[in-house]
Design a protein around this ligand. Structure first.
Ligand code: 5RP
Length: 224
């Protein structure tokens, strides 16, 4: 295991502390989440069931013996565990490197608590060094790309890739995201955009950061 992979495993293990028995569990997508599913497989908590953000996570969960249900069956869920591509000090995230951003955003929205587990390389002062994924309807790909250029980005079609929803992704390079909420709203307002991988309107509640000198758990203070 590489050092980064070892840190992802440590972050995933720390996220397990939030898992509640006899409750629904939302599960994200990616290599950190794969470690989390492996931890679930080892510890076998008694869950009502899981709601998964991708076919890949569903397969891994089912192989580990967990029941995966549709979000429409589960309703609101108490906990969602996922990784991220970047996280800032306000718990705002870029997600979607694995292409599961739309389902991830839906499950995060339906969850009371969103625990995001990352290795320390994902922590940034300013979001945008990681190309911002935008899922689009197929017929709108070029149109949305032109609108993203007008917003100052350099969109690149993620070729040979379609999401679990059957849509293409544009990865937007060279953005310095000074105001994540504003950019999330502006990209979402472009006709043809399904989801932008900025998680600022619904940031993480808990950020678990695994670094070489230890694992830190940060909890977002909700104003008021
Ligand atoms: C998938 C995601 C992942 O959470 C993100 O890409 C991080 O992945 P990893 O844990 O493999 O570094 O948003 O759509």
């Amino acid at each position: 295991m590489s050092t980064q992979d070892e840190l992802k495993r440590q972050a995933a293990e720390a996220a397990y502390a939030y898992v509640q028995q006899d409750a629904w569990l939302g599960v994200g997508t990616g290599s950190t989440v794969n470690h989390f599913i492996d931890v679930l497989a080892e510890r076998q908590p008694k869950l009502l069931g899981c709601v998964s953000s991708s076919q890949a996570s569903t397969q891994r969960l089912e192989a580990a013996g967990f029941v995966v249900e549709d979000l429409n069956v589960a309703g609101d869920i108490p906990l969602y565990v996922d990784g991220a591509d970047e996280a800032n000090e306000h718990f705002e995230l870029i997600k979607g490197g694995g292409g599961a951003l739309t389902r991830e955003k839906i499950i995060a929205g339906a969850s009371e608590r969103f625990v995001c587990a990352v290795d320390a390389s994902k922590q940034v002062d300013l979001l945008g060094r990681f190309p911002l994924p935008v899922e689009v309807l197929p017929m709108a790909r070029s149109y949305v790309a032109r609108q993203l250029v007008r917003l100052g980005g350099e969109p690149e079609w993620r070729e040979h890739f379609v999401t679990d929803n059957g849509n293409p992704i544009l990865d937007v390079h060279n953005l310095e995201i000074m105001n994540p909420i504003e950019l999330e709203d502006r990209v979402n307002a472009i006709p043809g955009v399904v989801t932008v991988g900025l998680f600022a309107r619904r940031p993480a509640d808990v950020l678990i950061v695994a670094a070489e000198d230890g694992v830190r758990t940060l909890t977002r203070q909700v104003p008021g």
